[in-house]
Ligand binder design. Structure first.
Ligand code: AMP
Length: 431
């Protein structure tokens, strides 16, 4: 699949600006495939999991076809849970930043009166759970006569939750002439039946799983919430004393943010993303190669040009969109026979993605516990012991033996000498 740019998708200026503000650098594979079909008015079945960018895949075309001057509901998105309805509404509001679009998430558990008032004022896009949408249809507080697009998001989940009849009822209330979009992580028979009944000549889009050659390096993941990622990143860089690490973020915005935060914490860091001019990128690369920058934060697009042999660690600060991106990213370390490590931060739904990546790459990404501050000294001491053993085994330390013997002659015990040296070394590292 060729990769498209957002320019190739011929988006309106308003959406293009919003996408830019969100820091998206290029469409994800599922977006590259779905958006052109949807903009042509076709029905789409998308096999995609959360985290693949599916919300924008249907959200962008939905916003592009709205008539904001009309106050009628024109797009209906059905989601299995209140949580997802809110997430979709949030993502679509960001995409609609420069449009005067009214959106409303509706789900059970929220007072219906408030929803009725909001619907009365005029809403273009309704995002809700099937049960509550049914309620509104039966009360006639929601009309679907002008709906041009219905999206079934996480359709398999909705069927598993027993929403089939509700969905069919809702679809039967929408006009015959409309676009029907269905996204689902899996495609069991009931989903296929649903698409046959309600979609017209749908285009199937899905992420293809290529055969990938995975670099044989150590791969770990840490379960870390968003707000703790920077702290954990710093801790890991400190503990393992990485002199050359590459940190991947999914958006340009996040690259800038991380660079700023890490700089403020005193790290030798810089960033690279698609908005930077070539000369600027080359300067950053050259500084990274020379070791003047120890941590480089980058997006996938920018990192394609990175060719540095001695990167010790790759961090997936944001979990990559799919396994292909994961393999590309981690392939930046462990080059030229050197040891490397790949560390991924994940939380909540990301953990499912780790499992998918493992399945399609056939590798084990080992879960590790986040080291506490008090573990830091133990780990450093352990690494120091490993180094000491290596150096003794390697030999060639005769020149230094004489120096230790001098101390021993002054009646210092060899254990004390070694312990004092460890203390000096560990406190040097902390500086
Ligand atoms: P979704 O699969 O829609 O839940 O999206 C998962 C995450 O990816 C959300 O945080 C989106 O904001 C983000 N995202 C969507 N499209 C892109 C893109 N083209 N580039 C970077 N991040 C994206």
């Amino acid at each position: 699949m060729e990769s498209l740019t957002f320019k190739d998708l011929n988006l309106s200026k308003d959406i293009e600006r919003a996408v830019e503000d969100m820091g998206f650098e290029e469409p994800t594979p599922i977006q590259s495939q779905s958006i052109p079909y949807l903009m042509e008015g076709k029905d789409v079945i998308g096999q995609a999991q959360t985290g693949t960018g599916k919300t924008a895949a249907f959200g962008i075309p939905a916003l592009e076809m709205l008539d904001v001057k009309s106050k009628k509901v024109q797009v209906l998105v059905l989601c299995p849970t209140r949580e997802l309805a809110n997430q979709v509404a949030e993502e679509m509001s960001k995409l609609a930043k420069y449009q005067n679009t009214k959106m409303l998430p509706v789900y059970g558990g929220q007072p219906i009166d408030r929803q009725i008032k909001a619907l009365r004022r005029g809403v273009h896009i309704v995002i809700g759970t099937p049960g509550r949408i049914m309620d509104h249809l039966q009360r006639k507080t929601l009309k679907l006569d002008d709906v041009k697009m219905v999206v079934l998001d996480e359709a398999d989940e909705m069927l598993d939750m027993g929403f089939r009849e509700d969905i069919e009822f809702i679809l039967s209330r929408a006009p015959g002439k409309k676009q029907t979009v269905l996204f689902s992580a899996t495609m069991p028979k009931p989903i296929i039946k649903l698409t046959k009944k309600y979609q017209q000549n749908p285009q199937m889009v899905k992420t293809v799983h290529k055969k990938l050659t995975v670099p044989q390096i150590e791969q770990y993941y840490f379960e870390v919430k968003d707000n703790a990622k920077t702290e954990v990143l710093c801790r890991l860089i400190d503990i393992y004393n990485f002199k050359s690490s590459l940190v991947f973020c999914n958006t340009k915005k996040n690259v800038d943010k991380q660079v700023e935060t890490l700089k403020a914490r005193g790290y030798l860091v810089d960033g690279m993303h698609g908005d930077m001019r070539q000369a600027q990128r080359e300067r950053v690369m050259s500084n990274f190669r020379k070791g003047e920058i120890e941590t480089l934060v980058a997006t996938d697009v920018a990192a394609r040009g990175i060719d540095v042999e001695s990167i010790e660690a790759v961090f997936n600060y944001d979990i990559p969109q799919d396994e292909e991106s994961y393999v590309h990213r981690i392939g930046r370390t462990g080059r030229a026979g050197k040891e490397g490590v790949a560390i991924t931060f994940a939380f909540g739904k990301d953990i499912r993605k780790i499992k998918t990546i493992q399945k399609h790459t056939n590798v084990k990404i080992v879960r590790k516990n986040v080291p506490s501050q008090s573990d830091v000294e133990d780990i450093r001491a352990e690494m120091l012991s490993q180094n000491v053993k290596k150096i003794i085994d390697y030999g060639h330390i005769g020149n230094y033996e004489h120096w230790v013997e001098n101390l021993l002659e002054e009646d210092y015990a060899s254990v004390d000498v070694a312990a004092a040296l460890v203390k000096i070394l560990l406190s040097e590292e902390k500086k």
